[in-house]
Design a protein around this ligand. Sequence first.
Ligand SMILES: [Zn+2]
Length: 206
Amino acid sequence: MEFKNSAMATLPRPGETLLLLGPMFCGKTQTLMYLAHEAGHGGKATWVIKHRLDDRHGADFIGTHDGHKMRADGMASLMTGTRGGSGCVRDPLAYLDYLFIDEAHFFADLREFVDTVHATYPRLGIIIAALEHDYLGNTWLGIDRCLRKGGPDMAVLRLQGVCERCAEPATMTKLRFTALYDGTGGTVLVGGADKYMPVCMACFKD
Ligand SMILES: [Zn+2]
């Protein structure tokens, strides 16, 4: 079952982008890692990056909910973060076949970056994994800009999880409230890794 979504995904062709979208816990990162492995086994040069905000699996790793990890460089901005620095290869993108971007909804400059990369490195393939909606149901800005432009060089694959309430296919992410009576009539939000759950649209609106 875990690889159901992964098996649907294939590496994009040179110069194209694959956008993996879905709610939390639907296998986005797992699919990205699967494709990165496939590319690596095929002798392709790959680079996995993520937003610095996501440190759930350590500062230099991405990971799946069942414990698999992969090395990834965290950065706050794609346009500046992928330029390299002193002591590094000056332009790492020039040597790549595939660039993988996890938790990409955090990057406000995602659309600008993808356009720039494709214009500068016409043979580079990009694989992006991102939440489509936040827990309020709004489309993330960077993702919205990608979807609005679309085009033949950007394929979108929507992954579905399993609704935690009714077991229908989950497309949304809902905030999981654990309200505890604190003695004053207020509530305490118990957050962390168990803060969110995947739900179907009907349960999201419920
Ligand atoms: Zn449901």
